[in-house]
Design a protein around this ligand. Structure first.
Ligand SMILES: [Zn+2]
Length: 342
């Protein structure tokens, strides 16, 4: 069994570009990370029975030749015939159907996993030479890998719960959506996000789980708490109303923000710190975010927050460890109806 390869740590985007420029090395790394126990055939599922070869594909317009690194399955199927399926390290992952080389992908993953405030598609396009549109699509696919979705283990101990409203600028939206937004009230211009923070102790650091919700009403807030926090946990919030009715299952304590912000260890400063990081990242790097895409940016920030004690290489490997079995097509990303987005 192979171990996780040790790679030197690029410290900057430029260093990452240089490091991953070696296509062979980048491909080897991708294969080792994707299939640590041997190359896995997506057709028959047999592991390690493949032939590796490099084919060349020629661009008809430019005449430019690019190597294509391929695997062909040598396993025998139940009927005795050879499987012969050809595939690449990109097959069945967020990289599938992407014409962009892995080195560009790896630079993008490195940047988005490690830049404190994320990286914009414009910055990434400048650094790698791909179009801004390609960079934007690539970043969204990476966010799909970063967003763990639901919690695998419910939060427990002391959990802070809070909602925040994240706004987008109307001028950057399509005309139809702009109309919907502008005719609504000012509060409707912002999208509610619900966040839970499990406090850390001496050995474990605090962790966040956050989701965009359609409406920050009592029903949605309580549903999110019940789905993600172990009964019997202590819940710290800043208001009483939305949480009324949970005290049968949780020890609920709150501070009234119109009077005080902190009462001993009863406060929600941890989750509020997360909101300020999220808002800083969106404002500083992305300028504004379409509500349809907000969960992707929230997931990206949650990933960096929860992985903050790791180093750059660790965060990079952790995103790469989550690329399999996830897809995001251009159609999924762009063909949407705002009403279904929250
Ligand atoms: Zn096969």
């Amino acid at each position: 069994m192979e171990t996780t390869p040790s790679i030197p740590e690029p410290k900057t985007l430029v260093e990452a570009v240089r490091y991953f420029a070696d296509a062979e090395r980048t491909h080897d790394l991708a294969v080792k990370l994707r299939w640590p126990n041997g190359v896995h055939c997506p057709a028959c599922g047999v592991v390690g029975e493949v032939r590796y070869f490099v084919a060349t594909s020629k661009n008809r317009k430019t005449g430019k030749e690019t190597p294509r690194r391929l695997f062909e399955c040598k396993a025998r199927k139940a009927d005795g015939k050879l499987c012969k399926r050809q595939f690449t390290v990109k097959t069945g992952s967020i990289f599938e159907d992407s014409a962009l080389p892995l080195d560009v992908w790896f630079v993008a993953i490195w940047a988005v996993a490690n830049c404190k405030n994320g990286i914009s598609s414009y910055e990434l396009a400048r650094a790698t030479g791909v179009s801004q549109k390609s960079a934007w699509f690539m970043l969204h696919r990476i966010r799909v890998a970063m967003d763990a979705g639901g919690l695998t283990t419910k939060f427990g101990g002391i959990v802070e719960s809070d909602e925040s409203y994240v706004g987008g600028k109307a001028e950057n939206m399509h005309a139809k959506k702009r109309k919907e937004r502008i005719t609504g009230s000012a509060a409707n211009d912002k999208t509610p996000v619900m966040g839970l923070l499990q406090r850390g102790d001496g050995t474990v650091h605090s962790r966040v789980h956050a989701r965009v919700i359609r409406d920050a009403n009592k029903k949605n807030i309580q549903a999110m708490v019940r789905a993600n926090v172990e009964p019997g946990s202590t819940l710290f919030t800043d208001s009483l109303l939305s949480y009324r009715g949970l005290s049968a299952d949780y020890f609920h304590a709150f501070v009234n923000h119109s009077v005080e912000y902190v009462r001993g260890h009863v406060h929600s400063n941890g989750i509020e710190n997360f909101w300020s990081l999220l808002k800083r990242s969106i404002k500083g790097t992305y300028v504004s975010v379409d509500p349809h895409h907000l969960q992707a940016y929230v997931g990206e920030q949650v990933f960096r927050f929860n992985e903050r004690k790791d180093d750059d290489r660790g965060r990079f490997l952790s995103v790469l460890g989550a690329v399999s079995g996830k897809r995001l097509t251009w159609k999924d990303l762009t063909n949407h109806d705002l009403s279904a987005a929250y």
